[in-house]
Design a protein around this ligand. Structure first.
Ligand code: CA
Ligand code: CA
Length: 235
């Protein structure tokens, strides 16, 4: 790890809770596991089939087993601060770090919870949390892979490489639009939480478009009401 390396960490911030009390990743504090062990777990299978559009998605191969239940339970209990048996948006947000002093993007947190909250109770229980853990650690892996200069941010060139790697074919100009839209910290590049959000939104929009683009040529013709329906699928 180079001197300039600023690791982005999903987990977490235990002592005192809250990002401000511990801006640096404190994986060991929370999990009781060594960072090496955590890193092993982070090398999970990366399955991201939904991102491809025109081209075939090329998934990197990670050869690892899912984390064991005791390990996950340990993390779950620490994140579930009020011991309710369910992790809320707020609890998850406090447990996540985007590698900077700013709180984790609340929209990203809500998106993740909504994705795994199968019983619609407004949080994730232990079983659902396994999916959340894998999802976030997979994104960490992806982020680290594409943050080539280890700056802790994804710049335009890195974003282009990432999204191209996922199978998207977008113009240079559109990358400017993406950066502008998802650069919450106004740094001209995208932090970990905003990178996830960018990919989630892009994927949702693409999925809706694809439903209409039956011949997959990248063009659709829609009526006003079809357009409204498309938008309603997203908002
Ligand atoms: Ca809780
Ligand atoms: Ca970077």
């Amino acid at each position: 790890m180079g001197a300039g390396h600023r690791p982005v960490s999903a987990y977490v911030i235990s002592s005192g809770g809250g990002v401000a009390s511990c801006p640096r990743p404190c994986v060991e504090n929370v999990t009781g596991e060594s960072e090496t062990r955590v890193r092993e777990i982070l090398h999970l299978l990366w399955v991201c089939e939904k991102m491809a559009y025109h081209n075939q998605y090329r998934a990197p191969q990670y050869n690892s087993a899912p984390p064991d239940q005791a390990f996950l339970w340990n993390i779950f209990q620490r994140v579930d601060k009020d011991r309710s048996g369910s992790i809320s948006d707020t609890e998850l947000q406090q447990a996540l770090s985007n590698g900077t002093w700013t709180p984790f993007n609340p929209v990203t947190v809500r998106s993740i919870i909504a994705m795994f909250d199968r019983d619609n109770k407004g949080g994730v229980n232990f079983n659902e949390f396994a999916g959340v853990w894998k999802y976030i650690t997979d994104w960490q892996n992806i982020f680290r892979t594409y943050d080539r200069d280890n700056s802790g941010f994804i710049d335009k060139t890195e974003l282009k490489q990432a999204l191209t790697g996922f199978g998207y074919r977008l113009s240079d100009q559109f990358y400017n639009t993406l950066i502008e839209k998802f650069d919450r910290q106004r740094k001209g590049q995208v932090a970990f939480d905003d990178f996830i959000q960018c990919c989630i939104v892009l994927q949702r929009l693409t999925d809706v478009f694809r439903r209409y683009d039956t011949d997959q040529d990248g063009w659709i013709q829609v009526s006003y009401e079809q357009y409204l329906s498309m938008v309603f699928n997203i908002v």
